[in-house]
Design a binder for this molecule. Structure first.
Ligand code: HPA
Length: 266
């Protein structure tokens, strides 16, 4: 049990979330969908990161989506903020300690496939850890040797496909390639990522997947595609552009996640 988990449990006695959600760029407003919410700031939770990126609020909301008890983290720390892959270790372990059996991760990403354009939603079916860093470097013992086969839960993927169908959303699927950022990729890096089997590139999420799998949480991941990868279009890349398109793509993903979580089947 992390110290933060003790504080959270005391703030909402008897509450046991089933599903944890980490909201990335543009999806913050989804925290408003949590009913009967108790909210805590990361700064009051020992070990939670202090965030520096616009669009990441740094708040935890505990409550329900439909009848499903959830813990929603509004904002994450990224590897590029300090060069450490373990920035989300305490939050992910806290969600597990509180009772979450699954973790839903969201992010913004650049598409490597011209057919998956800005505003699209992509479900992550696997990833490539191109940064080749790990949140588990400081650990000892055998639990650090995490099996990453099936890291993205196939059962949750099936539920997400059903939720997409019932909300009339085109849900793309593919492989997420993790770059460190905060700079965007070069066109050569984007071509390379396509060659090695990537579908989208991004600057987050992979460390959290490793942490969640280490403790046995089922994982689902979704990218809001905010742009085509560097060099694939003439549009310049910027965080402002990411935020703007993420906010509009978020409307679809928010609907999908609400359905997926409200219809939760363990
Ligand atoms: N690259 C990396 N991360 C991103 C991108 C991108 O093109 N778009 C949004 N996040």
């Amino acid at each position: 049990m992390t110290e933060a988990a003790g504080i959270i449990a005391a703030a909402k006695p008897g509450f046991r979330p089933k599903v944890g959600v980490i909201l990335g760029s543009g999806l913050g407003p989804m925290a408003d969908d949590v009913t009967d919410a108790t909210t805590l700031d990361y700064r009051d939770l020992p070990g939670f990161p202090q965030l520096s990126v616009e669009g990441h609020a740094g708040r935890l909301s505990l409550g329900k989506i439909g009848e499903t008890p959830v813990a929603v983290l509004q904002g994450r720390a990224h590897y590029y903020e300090h060069g450490r892959a373990d920035a989300m270790k305490v939050p992910v372990r806290t969600l597990h300690a509180l009772g979450c059996e699954a973790l839903i991760l969201t992010n913004a990403g650049g598409s490597l496939d011209p057919a998956i354009g800005p505003g699209s939603v992509m479900m992550i079916t696997d990833h490539i850890n191109l940064v080749q860093s790990s949140p588990l470097y400081d650990e000892s013992g055998n639990s650090r040797f995490v099996d990453m086969v099936g890291a993205y839960d196939t059962g949750l993927q099936e539920h997400a496909r059903n939720a997409a169908q019932s909300t009339s959303l085109t849900l793309h699927e593919g492989v997420y390639v993790w770059f460190s950022g905060p700079h965007f990729e070069t066109p050569a890096e984007v071509r390379f990522s396509r060659l090695i089997g990537g579908t989208a590139v991004g600057m987050s999420t992979v460390p959290e997947v490793i942490l969640a799998r280490q403790v046995g949480m089922r994982v689902a991941g979704f990218s809001i595609i905010t742009n085509l990868g560097a060099g694939m279009s003439s549009a310049p890349l910027s965080h402002e552009q990411t935020m703007k398109v993420a906010a509009s793509g978020a409307i679809d993903l928010r609907r999908l996640l609400n359905r997926l979580i409200a219809d939760w089947v363990s």
